[in-house]
Design a protein around this ligand. Structure first.
Ligand SMILES: *[C@@H]1O[C@H](CO)[C@@H](O)[C@H](O)[C@H]1NC(C)=O
Ligand SMILES: *[C@@H]1O[C@H](CO)[C@@H](O)[C@H](O)[C@H]1NC(C)=O
Ligand SMILES: *[C@@H]1O[C@H](CO)[C@@H](O)[C@H](O)[C@H]1NC(C)=O
Ligand SMILES: *[C@@H]1O[C@H](CO)[C@@H](O)[C@H](O)[C@H]1NC(C)=O
Ligand SMILES: *[C@@H]1O[C@H](CO)[C@@H](O)[C@H](O)[C@H]1NC(C)=O
Ligand SMILES: *[C@@H]1O[C@H](CO)[C@@H](O)[C@H](O)[C@H]1NC(C)=O
Length: 361
């Protein structure tokens, strides 16, 4: 009897532990960040020192190593910063490359995929290599690059108003969204898209459809997109229902909440699924260099603790906003199911059921 209880207790601990050791925090759809940012890399003026940046465009957080890669565009280099330390000095991992706009770092072997906008291509850089190798055919005004788990490469071909998918198995590319060289705001078209986020969970991708001032979601094999943020008619603005030149979209795969770098409004917006308007989580206080302001932000990432980092391009700096409240939404809100707190409650409940069961045996 005693042995059985001990055994069941171990199971409980294991179950609880496996839930608690989840890699990254689950963000509540109602989470709040300190709207006063802290400059962690760069300063308010451009420069080429190892602790400076000049018009940075892209950012990528490599989760396993907690290294932040910053595409330091005007300095023609990629800088790598450690988020583990307080050091503000970057290490150059690629240099002397023109018009780099984005980097995606693959988990295995730290291979970098770099979008070179005016060179019209994506390059793959194997760790330690002195030069990159072009992937696929040209990608006109290539603004961004993303990977899925099969290492298919998604390229944002802004210059032709479409999204390309390159397969490493066949070494060929196909157009998966938009109509080549046909800009427009109908559901089958895009207008200068600048970013694609591939949702690993269900083969759905989200596009920052920049000059249409909206975010489009495309289902696998669909010929049309669905507007999930901004105006479906392609009209920009600065109210809660609008966006103005959004440059980046990131999706919380647990909750389908989307986070948008609303560049011309100098703010970061959060849109819950099926909402007609978003809310500002940082910025939106006018273009400027104060700690609560941004100036043409270009990308964002979240670390494992839920802190937000924004690439504040025209201020030549990376801003960090601490997560200060991760409470679930109010009971009336349908999204409260997704919070970590509730997961833990379910685990504790399960544990109790197991213990009561064990007493009955
Ligand atoms: C937000 O950050 C600022 C600057 O670090 C700090 O002074 C302030 O107390 C923080 N506010 C909250 C609510 O944590
Ligand atoms: C860095 O900037 C300084 C001052 O503007 C300039 O003299 C120097 O040539 C630059 N170095 C590189 C490697 O571009
Ligand atoms: C940063 O910390 C994490 C976890 O503590 C560790 O796995 C990772 O290797 C560290 N990165 C570096 C570059 O030391
Ligand atoms: C892949 O295709 C490109 C042309 O699109 C070609 O230049 C390259 O050699 C091919 N790579 C391999 C490994 O076949
Ligand atoms: C998405 O489409 C591709 C190509 O048609 C197919 O191989 C893949 O299985 C599809 N994924 C899902 C989740 O349906
Ligand atoms: C929940 O909804 C009820 C009825 O719709 C309303 O009276 C109440 O104020 C709401 N509570 C919260 C916390 O929003």
């Amino acid at each position: 009897m005693l042995k059985k209880i001990t055994f069941l207790f171990y199971i409980q601990v294991l179950v609880l532990y496996s839930f608690l050791s989840v890699e990254a925090i689950n963000l509540s759809p109602c989470a709040k960040w300190n709207t006063t940012g802290i400059t962690i890399f760069g300063s308010n003026s451009k420069g080429n020192g190892s602790n400076e940046l000049s018009l940075p465009q892209g950012m990528f957080l490599h989760e396993k190593t907690n290294m932040l890669y910053v595409v330091d565009t005007d300095n023609r280099r990629i800088q790598m910063f450690s988020l583990n330390q307080t050091s503000t000095t970057g290490i150059t991992v690629a240099s002397n490359i023109n018009s780099m706009y984005a980097v995606y770092v693959d988990d295995d072997e730290m291979t970098m995929y770099i979008a070179l906008r005016f060179e019209n291509r994506v390059e793959k850089w194997i760790k330690g290599a002195l030069e990159g190798e072009q992937i696929g055919n040209q990608c006109k005004q290539c603004r961004n690059v993303w990977l899925d788990k099969d290492k298919n490469v998604y390229m944002t071909e802004s210059g032709t108003h479409s999204i390309l998918k390159w397969s490493p198995k066949t070494n060929t590319s196909i157009t998966i969204s938009g109509r080549i060289d046909e800009q427009g705001h109908t559901t089958d078209r895009l207008y200068f898209p600048t970013h694609v986020y591939f949702n690993q969970a269900n083969d759905v991708w989200y596009i920052a459809d920049t000059l249409n001032h909206r975010i489009q979601k495309w289902n696998n094999n669909s010929k049309e997109g669905i507007t999930v943020a901004g105006s479906k008619d392609g009209v920009g603005g600065d109210n809660a229902a609008s966006l103005a030149n959004p440059l980046y979209v990131w999706v919380d795969e647990q909750s389908s909440v989307i986070y948008i770098v609303d560049s011309d409004n100098d703010r970061v917006q959060r849109w819950l699924p099926n909402e007609l308007f978003g809310s500002t989580i940082v910025g939106g206080t006018g273009a400027g260099s104060k700690s609560n302001q941004l100036k043409q932000p270009t990308s964002l990432v979240f670390d494992k603790l839920g802190n937000l980092y924004v690439c504040d391009s025209k201020n030549h700096r990376i801003q960090m906003y601490a997560l200060i409240d991760n409470q679930p939404c109010s009971k009336n809100h349908s999204y409260s199911l997704f919070t970590k707190t509730n997961n833990i409650n379910i685990v504790i409940l399960l544990s109790w059921i197991i213990s009561i069961g064990s007493r009955l045996i």
